[in-house]
Write a protein that binds this ligand. Structure first.
Ligand SMILES: Cc1cc2nc3c(=O)[nH]c(=O)nc-3n(C[C@H](O)[C@H](O)[C@H](O)COP(=O)(O)OP(=O)(O)OC[C@H]3O[C@@H](n4cnc5c(N)ncnc54)[C@H](O)[C@@H]3O)c2cc1C
Length: 471
């Protein structure tokens, strides 16, 4: 006998920050949404546990206020030759001048519960495979059937794949070319230590040969610091093992620098993959939209991914809501990715590729940037640029510097294979409503008792197609 098939307006696979925010947005707008995760919450997740300024801003917009966060400001960077520079945390026009530290076991649970409270249906099971039913043959519409490892099946007009860097959704639907992905791997541990400033450490593997990544030591609540090492691996995932190999050496380095007490004992370690620069992934296929790490949205320069996961989760949900759970939500979402992610991701992915191929350049750059006479001058712009904070930065010298760096790197990488590949993956730009309009559309829909009737959304799909054709 075939397993029972449950129907939803949307299914979200994966309940990390990307999936929970997507489910939260969908549920609070009245959509019937399933949030599926293989883990039972609260669950741990390998992370440095730092939510950057854009993430803090977005949580404020969503009205989600986790308790117990440690607010962090400036960050120190220590270079291979011991030079130190302080990257200032300056408030932007929209984002605050701080990041938050909170263990992911707590943070992700807060978002997961917010989605449940908004009305999402929690399902604990592993996504085993995805079947995509054809729409009208024009690549628009269709439905997805999600097969779970407990035999259950879920059908929806939209499937948001938020199941992380090694996404089963993306793999099952054929949205990833693993040999084109820009992988990273990072491993972290918790240590009993009061740490004042978050610190990033750049180091050489041997004299003059830079390590293609960095180590970190971040303060956390209750005197539990988070320390770890992350490495860029390019398309060769075997290179990820270097992060694990370097962790002990790195902790020893921190003790020598006086940043950790000599008797500080490290707890269990946990590692995970990062998928960066949107490479090797088509984020949209029919009714399937990938968000967060599944879409490869981790910052190629510094490994941040929580804020991008949450903002892409919100954008995908808004796109789905705008067309009532199907239709050309993919086109609306791809447009959002083009507007808000692709230029930075594409150019910094190309830059990372160049650095990975030139470890001596990595060493020289690390030394130059942390040499105080240079570092002090560049620090403000560096903090803005590598945290992708140029849009919304407050006017001033630091923003000008970051804009110059951004323009130069975009210009220099415009013809790079990564930029061309990203352009192909996102298709040609189409005029369309922004996510905000989509959300208003569904709110209007849900004011109507027939809001969950998919026939209602057909009109919206037709409207959206007409908009696109007019443009
Ligand atoms: C060691 C390390 C340190 C990091 N430090 C930081 C940091 O300090 N700040 C920062 O911003 N980013 C950091 N990142 C990146 C950050 O962790 C990710 O970008 C972020 O978690 C992405 O969120 P997500 O929702 O896309 O995916 P995830 O958080 O990976 O969530 C995916 C969810 O999907 C579930 N899942 C997976 N497969 C299936 C399946 N088949 N079926 C059902 N469920 C499934 C998982 O259980 C998980 O709950 C770090 C990453 C690592 C590895």
């Amino acid at each position: 006998m075939a397993a029972a098939l449950s129907s939803f307006d949307a299914v979200v696979a994966g309940a990390g920050p990307g999936g929970s925010v997507a489910a939260f947005e969908l549920a609070r707008s009245g959509a019937h949404v399933a949030l599926v995760d293989k883990a039972r919450f609260p669950r741990d997740k390998a992370c440095g546990d730092l939510v950057g300024p854009r993430g803090v801003e977005l949580l404020g917009e969503l009205g989600i206020a986790p308790e117990g966060v440690v607010s962090l400001g400036d960050m120190a960077v220590i270079g291979p030759s011991g030079g130190r520079v302080i990257l200032p945390a300056v408030p932007g026009l929209t984002y605050p001048g701080c990041a938050w530290a909170l263990p992911r076991k707590v943070f992700d649970d807060v978002l997961y519960r917010a989605a449940m409270e908004a009305g999402a249906v929690a399902i604990t099971a592993r996504v085993a495979a995805v079947e995509v039913e054809d729409g009208g043959g024009d690549g628009v519409g269709g439905a997805a059937v999600v097969h779970l490892d407990d035999g259950g099946r879920l059908r929806a007009g939209a499937l948001i794949g938020a199941d992380g860097a090694t996404s089963a959704v993306a793999g099952s639907v054929g949205m990833v070319r693993a040999d084109r992905v820009q992988w990273g791997f990072a491993v972290r541990t918790y240590i009993d230590a009061e740490v004042e400033l978050p610190v990033i450490v750049l180091f050489d593997e041997e004299p003059g040969v830079g390590f293609p990544g960095y180590g970190w030591l971040f303060p956390g609540p209750d005197g539990q610091a988070n320390a770890g090492v992350g490495v860029g691996a390019g398309s060769d995932r075997r290179a990820g093992a270097r992060a694990t190999r370097y962790l002990d050496t790195f902790l020893e380095h921190l003790r020598r620098l006086g940043l950790l007490p000599v008797d500080a004992v490290a707890g269990p370690r946990l590692g995970g993959w990062l998928k960066m620069g949107m490479l090797g992934t088509s984020p949209v296929s029919g009714p399937v939209l990938l968000v967060g790490d599944a879409a490869g949205l981790v910052n190629p320069l510094q490994g941040e991914g929580i804020a991008q996961a949450m903002s892409s989760g919100r954008a995908a949900a808004s796109a789905v809501l705008g067309v009532g759970g199907g239709g050309d939500a993919g086109a609306v979402y791809a447009q959002w990715l083009r507007q808000h992610q692709s230029a930075y991701q594409g150019s910094t992915a190309a830059l990372q590729g160049l650095l990975l191929a030139n470890p001596r350049m990595v060493s020289r750059l690390g030394r130059a940037l942390t040499w105080p006479p240079i570092g002090r001058r560049l620090a403000g712009g560096w903090a803005i640029y590598w945290n992708d904070l140029v849009t919304g930065a407050a006017p001033g010298r630091a923003r000008s510097l970051a804009r110059v760096a951004s323009g130069a790197i975009r210009g220099a990488t415009a013809a790079s294979p990564s930029r061309r590949e990203l352009g192909r993956a996102l298709g040609r730009p189409r005029p369309s409503a922004g996510p905000g309009e989509g959300l208003r559309a569904i709110v209007r829909l849900h004011a109507d008792p027939s809001a969950r009737d998919h026939r209602v959304s057909d009109q919206l799909i037709a409207d959206r197609r007409a908009d696109a054709e007019e443009g």
